[in-house]
Design a protein around this ligand. Sequence first.
Ligand code: IDP
Ligand code: MG
Length: 155
Amino acid sequence: MPDTQKTLVLLKPDALQRDLLGDIVSRFERKGLKLVGMKFIRLSDEMLDEHYAHLSDKPFFASLKQFMMQTPVVGMVLEGYDAIGEVRKIVGSTNPREADAGTIRADFSMNVPSNLIHASDGEEAAAAEIKRFFQDEELFQYEKITDRFIFGEGI
Ligand code: IDP
Ligand code: MG
């Protein structure tokens, strides 16, 4: 689809443990974001060193990595207009108690690191993170009969 963006989302181990996968995916579906990739991922220490490199000097870095490796995570690639910013808006602020009501983190979680979800925070991050977690052949382009109603004319 022209003029759309793709973004990477990870549903963290607390989302899996708390049976919130469906509720979270549903929020993105209702927005009209298109799921173009989805799978379980068993995160490794090396993957997390790369993914959370910006936090490597924080005191909580080691425990954050342990937290993320407790169970598989669900990786998703979502496509839509301004998808990167729109998904971050739906996800809410890092600290669930500072997140706006109505966001996933505010509505379903209470503390870090268990804030349920990761979402790319910009164009550069989205491109790097999609490449980090998905092979090209794991991403799918397909038409839905609702595309015209959700994305407007010209799709
Ligand atoms: P983001 O997930 O909203 O983009 P980042 O600053 O990139 O936030 O942090 C990545 C993840 O690290 C957070 O989602 C959260 O799970 C965890 N985290 C952030 N700050 C803390 C902290 O102070 N203590 C423990 N974990 C934290
Ligand atoms: Mg981040």
